[in-house]
Design a protein around this ligand. Sequence first.
Ligand code: ATP
Length: 237
Amino acid sequence: GAALAIISVSKVSKRYGNELILKDINFSANEGEIIGLLGPNGAGKTTFIRLLNGVINHDTGSISIFGFNPATEGDEIRKLSGIVTESAGLYHQMSGRENLNFFAGLYKVKDKKAQIDKLLNLFDLEEHQHKLAGAYSTGMKKRLGLAKALLHNPKILFLDEPTNGLDPEGIRMVLSYLKKYNQETGTTILICSHVLHQLETICTSFAFLESGSIIEHAPLHKLEAAYIKELTITIES
Ligand code: ATP
């Protein structure tokens, strides 16, 4: 059947003071997609994710996620979404398992133990589950942050720079876990990043945010080749 749009954004703008941070954004995502949201530092990626989750409100336009408006029904959206920020909000003085147990309690996860066991297994953290999270490597912290965001089986996952600070092997691992999870559950994933080439193998489409506007949103093979080259140069210089 026809793919179902679960994120629908129309003519959205957002100001901070006098500064227009997001301008007239149109965007949509279908169920099961993995979308790369790309753009240089300061382009507005984090602000966009905050708007989608109702952490902050948009000024004009409309946003619908599973039919809910984040400005007034953010609680409903947050029940259906998982968010991983750069810091992931982990408690470093608790073990990996204790972190998951704490957040599972907070989110009122049913069948807590089974869910935690499943996620520790999925992210290869079983043998590290009793170590303090503060002693985890960057890659392990990223994986624990993902497990935390998936405790309540969200239908959509928002990731802010999930590969930052990882070595090539760590990047490959995190991306392959995400792909596997998407294939097993059909969860829609939106990944913010400033590196296109890392995401090439897992994203079904890419949206480019530049100076507050989405200037293109298409599958890799349909992107303007000239633009990709320009972006790569801008970002890696
Ligand atoms: P990065 O990759 O560096 O996180 P980004 O694309 O996520 O960048 P945002 O964090 O969304 O960009 O920031 C977009 C712009 O909005 C920046 O110019 C930033 O300084 C500004 N900004 C973000 N949060 C606020 C705030 N709370 N008050 C004022 N300005 C803000």
